[in-house]
Design a protein. Structure first.
Length: 178
């Protein structure tokens, strides 16, 4: 959810203009924080994975691995674009342009892995069905800027809440029957 809100805010609040405009400076500052957000999402994905460890093994594992590759591409592309090649111009064949391509490839890879993971979550029937449906549809829609990212984030948030609620319930002691 954090990443989806981040990207929606990036699009609608911060905006983008050619460097060295003030809007671009905000855009760059906004993106320099993303390497802090992405590891939190990886932790969330690994928690979802662990929460369903005994169901639909190969599909869940494949989705998790592909999504982790997507997160890695996102992180490497972001760091390269905004920390390593940030002085290079856009629109030319250079490291910055290649970094942006890597980031976009990461979005697509993450969407594919998340869809597979969402399907495994639906089949596992461990977490709420509607949350898994929203997660799966939102994962496919993540490649669409704006609204697609919000759907993606909503699916993450609902699954996260369901996983958190499930853990709290499993910690409670059963009542004794007399």
């Amino acid at each position: 959810m954090l990443w989806a809100l981040w990207n929606a805010g990036l699009e609608f609040v911060v905006g983008w203009e050619e460097p060295p405009s003030p809007a671009y400076e905000r855009y760059e500052a906004y993106n320099r924080v993303m390497p802090v957000i992405l590891p939190l999402l990886v932790a969330g994905l690994l928690a979802f994975h662990a929460g369903q460890k005994e169901s639909h093994g190969w599909l869940r594992r494949a989705g998790t691995i592909i999504a982790l590759i997507g997160f890695t591409l996102l992180l490497v592309g972001n760091v390269a674009e905004f920390w390593v090649f940030n002085t290079q111009p856009y629109g030319e064949a250079n490291g910055r342009d290649n970094s942006w391509t890597l980031y976009l490839l990461g979005v697509l890879t993450l969407a594919i892995g998340s869809v597979l993971f969402g399907i495994a979550t639906l089949r596992a029937k461990v977490l709420p069905h509607r949350a898994a449906v929203l997660f799966t549809i939102g994962s496919a829609a993540a490649v669409v800027p704006g609204f697609g990212m919000l759907l993606f984030g909503a699916g993450w948030a609902w699954l996260g809440y369901a996983l958190w609620s499930k853990r709290e319930v499993s910690v409670q002691r059963p009542s004794r029957v007399r």
